[in-house]
Design a protein around this ligand. Structure first.
Ligand code: SF4
Ligand code: SF4
Length: 62
């Protein structure tokens, strides 16, 4: 199973909450925006989606 992560950079404020909660260390914060640098490690738990108060993250099965 693979997961596609999309960050809406207009909404992301670089708070790092997604990076903190992700069990697979998918995210890095680069230039104050979340980047899914290890997207291949995503397990689709959607913890990041629930945690992001900006609603900036979408995770979908591909
Ligand atoms: S939790 Fe949301 S606003 Fe915060 S860094 Fe992650 S994507 Fe950006
Ligand atoms: S869905 Fe889960 S594993 Fe995937 S990036 Fe979000 S928190 Fe990490």
């Amino acid at each position: 199973m693979a997961w596609k992560i999309t960050i809406d950079e207009d909404k992301c404020i670089g708070c790092g909450e997604c990076a903190d909660i992700c069990p697979s260390e998918v995210y890095e914060i680069v230039n104050e925006k979340a980047k899914p640098v290890n997207a291949d490690e995503c397990v689709g738990c959607e913890s990041c989606v629930e945690t992001c108060e900006q609603g900036a993250i979408t995770v979908e099965e591909v």
